[in-house]
Design a protein around this ligand. Structure first.
Ligand SMILES: Cc1cc2nc3c(=O)[nH]c(=O)nc-3n(C[C@H](O)[C@H](O)[C@H](O)COP(=O)(O)O)c2cc1C
Length: 211
């Protein structure tokens, strides 16, 4: 009986500590939002491509927009990759290896934007072909570019270097690379890759826009 009470007390303390931790984290994000927005010089766009149903890159794009006050500009293919995973892999591999530039519904205009966040899933070690199409339009010349990517466990690969190479007329900042969720992690609502949270984004923003 006494041992049972001790276990209950320990559990109660653990639950209270977890709740306090969540409150502290959300407070930290709110405070960080204000700091980051104040530090970013000029108008912000968040340009991204996200392909899977899980939308890992799209989720990170939304976090960035929330913490920077940026406008979300999603790149959409005129003819999206086929749905089944195997078919996507095959079509995408062909496009990546041939350097294809698949048509987009539209190339977003970046007139009036000073800072552009550019996001992509890592595909075969680099950015996805729709992002290659966007980069080829040379819309980033003269902008400050902050690249971000999500991957399936293989890391950012050549993504940061390839973005830098593709926009020589831009100032390219340190890239953010987060592991994307798989379906199970998403279903359990564990966030992007269960290993990353919105606070990883805030830390990165704080780092790259530190005055
Ligand atoms: C065609 C294709 C190629 C991929 N290549 C890689 C890769 O080279 N390295 C890696 O870690 N993950 C790779 N992945 C996994 C994706 O990068 C990962 O699932 C990403 O978070 C998906 O982002 P999204 O939900 O925004 O589409 C690949 C996925 C696909 C569909």
């Amino acid at each position: 009986m006494k041992a049972g009470l001790v276990v209950l007390a320990v559990l109660a303390v653990a639950v209270l500590a977890a709740v306090a931790g969540c409150v502290a984290l959300s407070r930290r994000s709110t405070a960080a939002t204000k700091t980051v927005t104040a530090k970013i010089p000029g108008r912000v766009a968040v340009v991204f491509y996200s392909q899977s149903k899980v939308r890992s890159t799209g989720t990170v794009a939304e976090w960035i927009a929330r913490h920077t006050g940026g406008d979300l500009l999603e790149l959409e293919m005129a003819e999206p990759y086929p749905e089944p995973y195997g078919a996507t892999l095959k079509a995408a591999e062909k496009d990546v290896s041939s350097g294809a530039l698949p048509a987009l519904k539209a190339i977003p205009s970046l007139d009036g934007y000073d800072v552009v966040f550019l996001g992509s899933p890592v595909w075969y070690g680099t950015y996805a072909p729709p992002v290659a199409t966007f980069l080829a339009a040379d819309a980033l010349a003269g902008k400050t570019v902050a690249p971000f990517c999500t991957h399936g466990g293989g890391g950012a690969g050549r993504f940061p270097a390839d973005v830098r190479k593709a926009c020589p007329g831009a100032t390219v900042l340190e890239a953010l690379s987060l592991r994307g969720s798989n379906q199970i992690e998403r279903r359990l609502d564990l966030g992007v890759g269960a290993r990353h949270t919105e606070d990883d984004v805030v830390d990165w923003l704080d780092r790259i826009f530190r005055p």
